[in-house]
Each structure stands twice: as C-alpha cells, then as structure tokens.
Design a protein around this ligand. Structure first.
Ligand code: C2E
Ligand code: CA
Ligand code: CA
Length: 862
C-alpha cells in the first residue's frame, strides 16, 4: 500500500525517481549536452548520506552509490544553498571520497526541495578538469534543480491522485454510487465509471445531458429535467429517487443528486452530483412491506389482541382487536409503556420481571398461556389469557403477546361454558373450541414462519347405525371411538369433535420448513385409520364401522382458517372415493388442486350460461356388433381452464343444484341429436345420465315429458341411467318417479352396477330394464388375479337374468373382454373397443356406416 502522506518526502522522492528513471535520465542527458560535465546526477538525501539515483550517462556504474555528506561540498549545498567550485575541489574537501572516486576537479551542486522547503535531494555536476566559468552556470543549474523538483513532485501528485481515484472508484463500486459532472460553459457532461456501469453502457461513449435524461422512465423524465434546470438556473440542489431503464432494458431504481459550484461572478461553473443504484434496497423494502402487510392481515383477521413490545417494554405494534379490547386507539397505545395495560401490582413489578428474564431467560409465562388481570382505558379490570413469545423485527428483539379477553368465558365457566365448548356426546372439545385454538396456532406458526398439520377424520357409515340401531347406539359408538382415538394420538396431537360424525386431529406443535422432510405424517395417519378403532360392539353384535381421513400440512402465511377447513373437507371427500378407510394426504399440489376445485366451482354456472357445454355420443352395440344406441356424455371446454373432464366437474356440480342445470342442457342436446337421427332414418336410442339430485326434483317427470313432446321424440328412445346411489337416495320418491315415467315408455339402466349397496329384493320392485356393469370390473376380467372381478361380473349377469333385464358392459377395450362377456351371456357392450365418444355431427355425417344397424345385423344372421 502506498502512503498518502501529503508531504513529498525522501521516500517518495526515491520511489518516484526510480519509477521515472528513464525519463529523468534523458532530461539529465539533455542538460549535459550544454553543461558537458563528466558526471551529472540526481541524488537523494538519506540521513547523513547522499544516494545517487540517476545519472546523465545511462551506462554509468555510479547509480546506487552512496557517499557521506560530512565534509563534502554537497553538505554545504544542503546547508547554505547552491555552490560551485572552479578547481581543486578535492583539495578543498579532502574527506569527500566520492570526489576522489570520480577524480573531480570542479563542482556544481544545487538542492532539490519539497513544498515545505526541506532539502530532500541534490543535483550534482562533476568535472575532471578545472572549469573557470563554472560559476556562470550556477543560476541555470539552480533553476534546473527546481525544475527537476517540480517535475518529480508532479509525478508524485499524479500518482497520489491516481491512487485516490482508484480508492474512490472502489468505494463507489462497493456502494453502487457513481458521479456526474457538467460544465455549462462547454455543455460537457462527464460520468464516472460506475455511472456508466449503472446505465449498462461502456465508458467510451460520450455523454450529453439529453442522452442521460433519455434513460429515465417516462413519468420521471419531466421531473429530472425540471430539477436539472432549477439547479442550472437557480442553483437549487436536488436529491431524488427515480426509475431508469438501462441499456439492456432492465429497470433500475436510482438515487440521483445535484449540486452547483459557482464561478467568481456567481455563474454556475460546474454542476455535479452522485448517482446511486438503489434497486436492491427498493426490492428489499418492497418485500419487507409485503411481508409486513401480510402479517398485519393475519393479525387483523384473528379474534385476539396482539401486542408487541421492545426490550424496554414500549409498545411497538398492536392490532385492531387490541385497541378494541383495551379501549385505547392504536395511536394511543403505540410508543406507550406496556404497563398502562396492567393493574397494580403487576404494573410496578413488570420492569423487574423483564430485567429478570433478560438476564436469566427464565419466565413462567413464555410460550404458555396464562391467566392474568388486565386494565382497560376506562380503568375496568378484566381477566385475560396471555401467551408470550419472542421474535425479532429487523434485528431488534420483540416480545409478542397474544391476548384474549376471557372474562366472559370465565363467567360462564361451568355448565354453559361446557355446553358451548365441548361436545355433549363424547365430551371432547368441540368445533368452536377447535376454531379458537386453531387460530391461535395458526398465528403462532405464521409469526414463526412454521407449518401446521391438521387432519379431518370422517365416519363413513354412521347414518346407517343411527337408522338401524337408533341414536343412542350411534352415540355410544362415537364415545367408544373417541376414547380409542384419544389414546392413539398421544401428547403431540389434540382431538376435537368437529361435526356430528367427524373429528379433527390437530398437531400441537408447529414445524419448521426443514423439519418437514423428516416429518412422517403417515405415522399418525395410519394409527388413526386402524380398523380396530372402528370395530364396535352394539347390542351384543360386532359392527365394523369405517372412516375416511383427510390430512394436510399448511403454511399459515398463505392459508386462512376457512380455506384450511375447506381443503380438509375436500380431501375427506377424495378419501371417501376409496372408502372404507380412505386416506387423502394433501401436499402443496393438493392445495393447488383445491384451487382448481374452487375455480371449477366458480366457473360452472357461467359455463352453462355461456353455452360452453356440449355432448359427445358413445356407441352401444349388441352381441352381433350392431349399433343399438348411444350414451350421451357431457363435455366442457372452458376458455380459462381448457378441457375439464366430467369426472372432475360432475362431482362438484353434484354438490349443488348446478347438476340439474347441466342435466337439462344434456337432455336438450341429446333430444336434438335424436331428432336429427330420426330425420336421417336411423333407428337408435340414447342413454342419458341422470344424477341423484335431478331425479328427486318434484317436477322432474313433468319437465321431461314436456321436453320429449316439444321435440316429438318417442320416450322409448330414451334410456335414463341412474347410479345405485341415486336409486337409494329417497327410495319411495325415486320409485314413484320411475314408475310414472316407465308408464310413458321411458326405460331405466342402473349405472356403475356393482359398486353400490342395492339389494336384489329392492331392485325387483323398480321398473328397471338394464344393468350396467361398471368399467371397474370389466377392466379386470381378463387380467391375472381377476378372480374376484370375474365373479362379480358373472354374478351381475346372472342377476340381470333373474331380474329379466338386459345387461350391458361399459369400458370394454379388448376382444378378449368381449369374448368373455359374450360367453357369460352379456348382451350389450360399450367401450373404446368399439368407439370413443364423439360429437353427434360425426355420427350423422358418415361414421354410422362403420356399424351395421340392427336390421343389417339381423339380415346378416338370417
Ligand atoms: P359414466 O356414466 O360411467 O361414463 C362412462 C365413462 O367411461 C365416460 O367417461 C366414458 O368416456 C368412459 N369410457 C367409455 N368407454 C371407455 C373405455 O373403453 N375405456 C375407458 N378408459 N373409458 C371409457 P367420461 O365421459 O369422462 O364421464 C365420466 C363420468 O362423468 C361418467 O361416468 C358420469 O358419471 C359422469 N357424466 C358424464 N356425462 C354426464 C352427464 O351428462 N350427466 C351426469 N349426471 N353425469 C355425467
Ligand atoms: Ca353412464
Ligand atoms: Ca359407469
């Protein structure tokens, strides 16, 4: 590192002369062309010696030689100024060895001075012959020495500036700060390297004020022009933050400032300022503002007061509930000592407690809820539940207190409280209690950036127990199950009764993101779903009940209470699809899936209004391969979601009346398709899926009849497909509707047969004309280990014979399946083996040619 001492001393002299040796030697040589000395050199003074640094004769070996000043003419020069000796210099200065060494006769010497007039070096000329006129040279020689001094000092200053500039550049690089300078007289603008770098352009490019302004974003360009003009014309400085677009098109935030340096007449001589890239700073600010807003949101959406204080006990933040509970406005609370919220003696003792905690880390209250008295603005004292935790805000320690006014709860502590907060059947905490505790947990987790694990366990068939054995037995079953579950969950989880036949299991602890990798939710999930919990003895009989479990790990920063409950409910619904003991574990994708669920739900209704639904028709053939009918299947293309599968949106539609609207659309479109087939002379019928909600509508029959009349379609051409679940929905009503419609000639098919619970005795009473073997069983018939599936298929076919109805297999994909089914006596088939579902237009145009019609197939046979 070079020193930046302001005084040009001997060390600096030595190092600068060394650095510029060649140049100085040339200048000495030029001087010597006139002087004609035998030795001409420049030396530096080092204590009592002179060291020869450069000589005029570059081949000279005298460079680097040192000689003593004592008793030399150089000593005299240093003490008294420049001097000359015409002859016999060795005689005059007998102690000077250098004179001897150079065989000198005559001498010229002049000092080299720094800005403090210290003599730091010397210029010396030696002659081996007497020089009678040498004194005439003395003046010139002195001036030359001064010139050398000035020259060397200039080199020195240049080097120092250079170092300082490099230092400045390094500093500006680290701080992302550049500089600019503008000279109004010449209209010249200069940028520092860093300013060029911030703009993303190379430093060779000349800069003008106009070009510089062009980098500013449009909305700030006018402002910076105004600032610049005010600076130029009125001398008003500025400091602004603007956005620029750099040469690569990247947006950056900059802080730019301007000042003026006035000339002698008060005219602006030079404008200058700093130019700082503050993009990162801005981004960090935005992120922390967003984070703060998010946390504020969480804080405001909970029912508890949240107050944070610093280590001096000063309130730094509070939410809206805090001001409501304590009766102070938020402004009145902030910056006040937290003691204003405490009655005596708590207020007086509080400081002591805090100091004690700071010193020892011991506090009974940390992390656990505690009941304490608190005081409102109006002086009234109430009981609160306070739980405290520590957190850091921008590196400063904070204590965050979550406060709940429990005065009401305490008043109603006995029976009323129990009624409100516990479940009367199982004596578990109920959903209200859960809601409060869960929100607490969410808040704690959100503040700590941690995750929560919640599970919803829903009984599969409680309704059956209730109807068959009565409610008291149902309750008994729930009590037994609750006890077993309580035992299973241990200390890490809490059990709540949620709805009449569902439980919530909530992890008491929260999880850090990194912990989630090791966390094994399957442990608790499997433990809960253990079939032994659900084997209940009632009235001396073992009843195997079952349950379905939805489980999810949530990030409370991005979820709120309602959403979490909805996700859990949806996951239970999913779990039910694989009941009994279905499990659906929701990961982050699951939550995305939930978002899709919500999106589908939202867009279904408008989809119907905007006519986004269409139908496709899938052929159904008889055992001779002749086309007898089609099944109408709905299709939805949403402009926002793309193609949505009916397996995704039909179950969602079935949650509400929307399914009936969809049913109507499908019916209309199907009737329109049949009337076109009739017009073409085609003898085909259409099967339509009717959902459970639809069939129980009071006006289902009338509106159906009205529609077929409107299109003039014989009811015999319509096959209504009902699932087993739809059949048992409201047994009496469904039967009545079916009987009525069958009188008009409508026919009924039982869809997905084999997956439900309907009994043969019950089916016998209904006017059914077809059983449809579910694709699930058909899939398996020709597979290895297909034992069970084949048996069910065989049984369904037998059953159809017993019921005297036809049997159709859906999802037929291979010849082998056709062969197997035909052998057993299945009469009709539907599946990709014959054709995928395609639009009516396709079948109308030419594709019907691929299948023989019923008549053609018959005539082939005869
Ligand atoms: P579903 O009534 O059991 O319909 C049969 C499903 O199996 C259809 O799926 C059909 O495209 C598909 N499929 C037919 N043959 C084959 C095959 O050989 N291989 C395979 N892998 N699949 C085959 P899609 O159209 O996705 O419909 C799914 C479910 O959505 C239907 O099952 C039905 O429950 C419901 N759905 C469809 N359209 C309607 C409708 O208009 N109203 C009502 N209520 N539900 C409908
Ligand atoms: Ca169907
Ligand atoms: Ca089916």
């Amino acid at each position: 590192m070079h020193s930046f001492k302001s005084v040009f001393n001997e060390d600096a002299f030595l190092s600068i002369v060394k650095q510029h040796q060649v140049q100085i030697a040339q200048e000495l040589a030029a001087l010597n062309q006139q002087l004609r000395a035998d030795q001409l050199f420049l030396g530096v003074r080092l204590d009592e010696q002179v060291k020869i640094l450069v000589t005029a004769d570059s081949d000279s070996e005298s460079e680097g030689i040192s000689y003593s000043l004592v008793g030399s003419p150089c000593e005299q020069v240093m003490n008294e100024g420049a001097c000359s000796v015409v002859k016999d210099v060795q005689l005059k200065y007998p102690r000077d060895k250098a004179l001897k060494h150079f065989c000198a006769q005559a001498y010229l010497g002049a000092g080299i001075f720094n800005e403090n007039e210290d003599n730091i070096g010397i210029l010396v000329a030696l002659f081996t012959t007497p020089q009678p006129h040498v004194s005439q040279w003395l003046y010139t020689f002195t001036v030359q020495a001064k010139l050398f001094a000035a020259q060397i000092q200039k080199y020195y200053l240049a080097r120092r500036t250079c170092h300082q500039l490099a230092l400045l550049e390094a500093v500006s690089d680290i701080s992302n700060t550049g500089a600019w300078e503008y000279y109004p007289a010449t209209n010249q603008l200069y940028w520092s390297e860093q300013t060029y770098r911030i703009h993303g352009i190379s430093k060779e490019q000349p800069m003008t004020p106009e070009r510089a302004m062009s980098f500013y974003c449009e909305d700030s360009r006018e402002q910076i022009k105004r600032d610049f003009n005010l600076l130029l014309n009125k001398g008003l400085g500025y400091k602004e933050e603007f956005q620029i677009v750099d040469n690569d098109g990247q947006k950056k935030w900059v802080r730019t400032s301007g000042k003026v340096e006035l000339g002698v007449n008060g005219e602006p001589k030079r404008l200058y300022g700093a130019f700082e890239d503050i993009t990162e700073l801005k981004q960090a600010l935005v992120i922390s503002e967003e984070r703060a807003a998010r946390i504020q949101n969480i804080l405001n959406s909970i029912n508890d007061a949240v107050i944070s204080i610093d280590t001096d006990g000063i309130i730094r933040h509070c939410n809206a509930v805090a001001s409501r509970i304590f009766g102070f406005s938020q402004d009145e609370l902030i910056s006040q000592p937290v003691e204003i919220l405490m009655p005596e003696p708590y207020a007086t003792n509080h400081k002591k407690y805090m100091v004690h905690y700071e010193n020892t880390g011991n506090a009974k209250i940390m992390g656990v809820g505690r009941q304490l008295p608190a005081i409102r603005k109006d002086g009234s004292v109430f009981q609160m539940e306070l739980s405290l935790s520590e957190s850091f805000d921008m590196g400063e320690k904070r204590y965050v207190g979550v406060i709940r006014d429990i005065s009401e709860r305490l008043e109603a502590q006995d029976t009323i409280y129990n009624l409100a907060y516990t479940d009367s059947v199982t004596h578990l905490r109920n959903s209200q209690w859960f809601q409060q505790e869960f929100q607490d947990l969410l808040l704690r987790a959100a503040v700590r950036n941690e995750y929560v694990h919640a599970l919803l366990l829903d009984m599969d068939n409680m309704a059956q127990i209730n109807t068959r054995l009565g409610y008291s037995n149902g309750n008994k079953a729930l009590q037994v199950i609750a006890e077993k579950l309580l035992f299973t969950i241990g200390h890490d989880y809490e059990l709540y009764k949620f709805t009449s036949d569902s439980f919530i299991v909530l992890s008491k602890r929260t999880f850090k993101k990194q912990e989630l990798h090791y966390f094994e939710p399957a442990l608790i999930e499997n433990a809960l779903l253990n079939p032994r919990h659900f084997e209940i003895e009632l009235e001396g009989v073992q009843w195997p009940l079952s349950a379905s479990l939805g489980s999810a790990i949530f990030d409370p920063q991005s979820q709120n209470f309602e959403r979490i409950i909805s996700v859990l409910e949806l996951s239970v619904k999913r779990a039910k699809a694989s009941a009994p003991f279905g499990l659906c574990h929701v990961s982050n994708d699951g939550i995305e899936e939930f978002d899709r669920y919500v999106a589908i739900k939202d867009k279904l209704k408008p989809a119907i209004e905007n006519d986004e639904l269409s139908i496709v028709l899938q052929p159904q053939v008889n055992e001779y391969g002749a086309l007898t009918s089609f099944e109408a299947l709905v299709r939805w293309h949403s402009p926002e979601l793309g193609w949505v599968s009916p397996s995704d949106f039909i179950p969602i539609a079935e949650e509400s009346h929307v399914i009936c609207d969809i049913g109507n659309v499908v019916l209309e479109k199907s009737l329109r398709a049949i009337s076109m087939f009739i017009r073409k002379g085609l003898d085909v019928s259409i099967a339509i899926n009717i959902s459970a909600r639809q069939i129980i509508l009071p006006d289902f029959s009338t509106s159906l009849l009205e529609k077929v009349r409107q299109y003039a379609i014989p009811p015999q051409l319509l096959m209504l497909e009902l699932t087993e679940t739809a059949l048992v929905m409201d047994i009496a009503l469904v039967k009545q509707t079916m009987v009525e419609l069958s009188r008009y000639g409508f026919r009924f098919s039982v869809d997905d047969f084999g997956t439900g619970y309907s009994s043969l005795a019950y089916l016998k009473e209904l006017p059914i004309s077809e059983l449809k073997i579910d694709k699930f069983f058909v899939d398996d018939i020709c597979e290895e280990n297909s034992g069970k599936a084949s048996q069910i298929v065989d049984a369904i076919i037998e059953m159809s014979k017993a019921l005297k109805v036809t049997c159709i297999a859906e999802g037929v994909e291979t010849q082998a399946q056709v062969n197997y089914l035909t052998e057993r006596g299945c009469e009709r088939f539907q599946g990709y083996y014959f054709s995928k579902p395609l639009p009516a237009k396709h079948w109308l145009e030419n594709a019907l040619m691929r299948f023989p019609t019923r008549k053609q197939a018959l005539s082939k046979l005869l």
